[in-house]
Design a protein around this ligand. Structure first.
Ligand code: 0X9
Ligand code: ZN
Length: 426
């Protein structure tokens, strides 16, 4: 792990107020549309995704929303027809829709934190990758007594993956927590919320101050950058896959690439959004993350792993690969319920507590299952943040503050309840 080295403060501070027109953010390949498939249980859309013909955006129990590219739309229509399925077009021109949405968010960008002495994450706009790195670098300097920001490795395109270690404020009670965000590029609310939690954790004087907290706010930096510059709905990393020259056929779904039950419920087709990659940990991002997690669990008593995603409003517990009960399931449900109840209090936002396979779908090779099975952490979760599909991945930046506030409400109780004294919450 090398200590953080970034460009000078002045230059990076400037990036915080960089005008947005430098980015063609919210881009989408021309002709992309969003469809809702009516009346099917998911087998057909999953098959279409495995063939690399569609990108499933929402496959909750009640609806199937897919993104269909221009060149695949005739094939997709044909296959739906073959299965006697109908669909309706929700967004006819995704690129224009995203541009229109972008127009609504411009005003709020670049207002906060132009002050060089202010190491605060932006709360009224999604931060660019440069802004995130600027913030982490500032944090490392301004809070050097408690915070250590190190690189745990490089992405496939050579960008650092940063780990923020917040050391205990009070004497250590031998407990650590690992928080990951941003493994899926398009789920911008996840890194945004986790970055908001950092100052809250540092200001907190409660029992949370006894914990070692490890945070990777941006696990897939290349994908995130690509979702700003080229394709807002990009999910995977940016590996160039062999023998594929088609749009969308690059990249590996990093949440299918963990080396536990690898390949079981994931796609072997590079053109699929859930392509699992060549082998478990074939990707430098998952390798770096897992190596760092192994190191933490060797040196600390790792109590909990949480991976933040969007959307759907779930707190999911393992397994994603089987409907069997994972060890400690009653305790995981009990703590997740505490989190969900606390998270609901402020704005009434309902988070469903469920195992992945029961409440969502089967998907193997994810962070949570690996942490549960290999590291044997007691508490392992994936959180799907706001919303339930109204804006989906393109959640308005005015959702950053309320999402972070409610998640913080949940985290305060959860972090206290997973510690060595967790029995008091039974
Ligand atoms: O499919 C995923 O990787 C996650 N959902 S998302 O919509 N953010 O892509 C859920 C992962 C849940 N955990 C496992 N499948 N193990
Ligand atoms: Zn995700």
């Amino acid at each position: 792990m090398s200590n953080m080295q970034l460009c000078s403060t002045g230059l990076l501070a400037f990036l915080v107020i960089l005008p947005h027109f430098c980015w063609s953010q919210y881009a989408a390949p021309p002709g992309d549309q969003i469809w809702e498939v009516e009346g099917e249980i998911g087998l057909v859309t999953t098959m279409l995704q495995d063939k690399g013909l569609v990108d499933i955006l929402d496959e909750s129990r009640s609806r199937k929303i897919i993104r269909v590219g221009l060149k695949n739309s005739i094939d997709v229509k044909f296959i739906l027809l073959q299965h006697k399925l109908t669909y309706k077009i929700l967004v006819k021109d995704l690129a224009s829709y995203l541009k229109e949405k972008d127009g609504k968010t411009i005003k709020t960008r670049s207002i906060t934190c132009t002050d060089l002495s202010c190491p605060q994450p932006l709360s009224d706009a999604y931060m660019t990758l440069d802004q995130i790195e600027w913030y982490l670098k500032e944090l490392n300097i301004s809070h050097s007594s408690r915070v250590n920001v190190t690189s745990i490795g490089k992405s496939i395109e050579g960008r650092d993956i940063w780990l923020v270690h917040i050391r205990p404020l009070k004497c250590r009670v031998d407990g650590a927590v690992w928080i990951e965000a941003g493994i899926h590029a398009r789920e911008w609310i996840a890194p945004a919320v986790i970055l908001q939690l950092i100052p809250k954790l540092l200001e907190d004087c409660s029992r949370i101050g006894y914990l070692d907290i490890f945070i990777v706010p941006m696990a897939n930096p290349d994908g995130y950058l690509y979702s700003w510059t080229t394709n807002r709905l990009w999910r995977k990393n940016r590996r160039i896959n062999n023998n594929t020259s088609q749009v969308g056929c690059d990249g590996v779904d990093l949440n299918r690439n963990w080396d536990y039950k690898f390949g079981l419920f994931a796609s072997s087709n590079p053109c699929s959004e859930t392509f699992h990659g060549a082998s478990g940990f074939s990707e430098p991002e998952t390798k770096a993350l897992s190596d760092a997690m192994i190191a933490v669990s060797r040196d600390y008593n790792l109590l909990m792993v949480m991976a933040f995603h969007s959307y759907g409003q779930f707190i999911l517990h393992p397994w994603g690969w089987s409907t069997e009960e994972a060890p400690d399931t009653p305790m995981m449900i009990s703590r997740a319920t505490l989190w969900a109840n606390a998270t609901k209090k402020r704005y009434g936002t309902v988070y469903k507590v469920t195992s992945t396979t029961v409440g969502l779908y089967a998907a193997s090779g994810a962070t949570d299952d690996w942490a549960k099975a290999v590291l044997q952490v007691k508490y392992s979760y994936t959180v799907e943040l706001r919303d339930e599909g109204t804006e989906g991945f393109v959640l308005s930046p005015n959702q950053i503050v309320p999402s972070s506030e409610e998640v913080w409400d949940g985290m305060k109780i959860l972090l206290t309840a997973v510690g060595p004294g967790d029995y008091i919450y039974l």
